[in-house]
Ligand binder design. Structure first.
Ligand code: DSN
Length: 491
């Protein structure tokens, strides 16, 4: 069994306390559970072996990771700061309050709720708060004055029906929206009446006039903006105007681009915090914190949002809230702002080279951290491309393109993002090289023919092995120049 701390101390001139603590923890885990320690190190090796181009992933700092590995995990703390259902929460109160204050300052909003375990949870908390606070009708006005325990069975049933009958509008999955924005099989489409809006089929862009027309017809309680796979800016000022015109609450899910908001890349009409009544995000994507969620809102929604646990969520994770506080502090620095700007510069560079190579990109380019490649010109599905690229040393994810004929499993697109590689320090030159490697692999990949049917497979492809080998060598050269967590020395 190797001793990671000894290797570091003997091979490195620097003696960083975060590294020492981190490696000592891993060494210890090797003694209590060699299999788990081994899997953690295997994951490190895996992440070091591939170029990570998954748009929703990143590499968090050792400090963020260290903040999660401690006794805070042992504490139950249902409720919210200074209002708990358990005794002995004074320190968790302070942790949560500090994380919330840091988030409020970072995003310049009235209120932050740092408990959600994920972005999907954050969306449920936000939906629930809006349903609780913003349905305008005499029945709800009456109920708001009552203790919920005092509702008669008839009133309770009427309430349930009323909640299910509320409408919201979100971007459709096939146009780049998230599952929780009203995808039929998601709970979001069942707890309310979900209506989705699409991008303009001609331009691939949001058309605010079309969205406004749809909103006037539907008059949703919630107008939701945000995406998982839309490579362009959203004009949040226009979306807010539409919401105001139809009397909707304007909610933004900025899970993908919260780091670009925190890093002041998205300003003016592209900064959602200036226009939304309520915002949600994950904390682990461009924001580069621990895996988790966050709700931000104006004061009038704060009380209901704070009741996220126990009304919507299970017990908070105080150790993760501590790590969120560390990440929000990190995001408050000039370094982080430079990082956020570089993410977008890198994304531009990637897109430019793809276009130069003749590839088709959805919307013809990007304004943010992601690029969506339309693979139809190659005659392969996203699934085939994803597998070929993984063999070549690139981790990407297949994704639907708007109005995709191949559905969500096979898809006709690839979504690439620059947040993780930018964390490693890569810049425009490396993005160009990556675009060249990736294009070459795609050009030399063909679908297999299914013997039994004679049809082209959507799942299996063939790539020239020489091309894979060449790509692997070029990928390795990039990985060698920009190592992941170089302080963790595995012999
Ligand atoms: N799974 C995330 C993504 O990859 O975009 C969204 O939840």
């Amino acid at each position: 069994m190797q001793n990671l701390l000894d290797s570091y101390l003997s091979k490195s001139k620097e003696k960083r306390s975060d590294v020492i603590a981190y490696l000592a923890a891993l060494d210890h885990l090797q003694t209590v559970s060699p299999s788990i320690a081994d899997l953690i190190l295997k994951e490190l090796v895996d992440q070091r072996t591939y170029l990570k181009l998954i748009a929703s992933e990143n590499y968090s700092s050792l400090s963020v990771q260290l903040a999660m590995g401690n006794l805070l995990t042992d504490k139950y703390s249902e409720g919210y700061p200074y209002h708990r259902f358990y005794a002995g929460c004074e320190n968790v109160d302070a942790v949560e309050a500090e994380a919330a204050t840091l988030a409020q300052d970072l995003f310049e909003v009235d209120h932050a709720y740092v408990q959600p375990h994920s972005g999907a949870d954050a969306n449920l908390v936000a939906f629930w708060a809006i349903l609780t606070e913003r349905i305008q009708n005499p029945f709800m006005e009456k109920l708001r004055k009552k203790n919920p325990d005092e509702l008669s069975p008839e009133e309770f049933e009427e309430l349930r029906q009323l909640l299910c009958n509320q409408s919201f509008m979100g971007l459709s999955l096939s146009s780049g929206g998230h599952l929780t924005h009203g995808f039929r099989q998601n709970v979001s489409a069942k707890m309310m009446r979900a209506h989705t809006y699409d991008i303009d089929p001609k331009t691939g862009l949001l058309n605010y006039d079309t969205i406004a027309k749809q909103a006037r017809k539907i008059k949703p309680l919630i107008l939701l903006a945000g995406y998982s796979a839309y490579p362009r800016h959203i004009n949040f000022a226009k979306m807010r105007e539409i919401a105001d015109e139809v009397g909707a609450v304007f909610m933004v899910d900025m899970a993908h681009f919260a780091g670009l908001v925190a890093g002041k890349v998205f300003q003016g009409e592209t900064n959602p915090t200036k226009f939304a009544h309520i915002l949600t995000t994950t904390t682990h994507k461009t924001l580069r914190g621990p895996r988790g969620g966050l709700v931000l809102c104006e004061e009038s929604l704060s009380q209901s949002v704070n009741k996220g646990c126990p009304h919507v969520l299970g017990g908070p994770l105080p150790h993760v809230m501590a790590a969120k506080a560390i990440a929000f502090r990190e995001a408050h620095t000039t370094d982080f702002r430079n990082y956020a700007h570089q993410i977008v510069e890198n994304s531009h560079a990637l897109a430019e080279e793809f276009i130069h190579q003749g590839l088709k990109l959805v919307t013809g380019g990007t304004d943010n951290h992601l690029v969506l490649i339309d693979l139809t010109m190659f005659g392969i599905t996203g699934r085939i491309a994803e597998t070929a690229l993984r063999q070549a040393g690139l981790t990407v994810n297949r994704n639907m393109i708007p109005f995709d004929q191949n559905g969500a499993w096979y898809t006709s697109g690839l979504r690439l993002g620059t947040p993780a590689l930018t964390t490693l320090g890569m810049g425009k030159k490396e993005m160009k090289e990556i675009a060249l490697i990736l294009t070459k692999v795609l050009k030399h990949t063909k679908p297999e023919t299914v013997k039994s049917t004679g049809q082209l497979s959507k799942a299996r492809g063939i790539t020239d092995p020489k091309i894979i080998e060449e790509a692997r060598t070029r990928v390795q050269s990039l990985l060698d120049q920009y190592p992941l967590y170089p302080e963790i020395i595995i012999s």
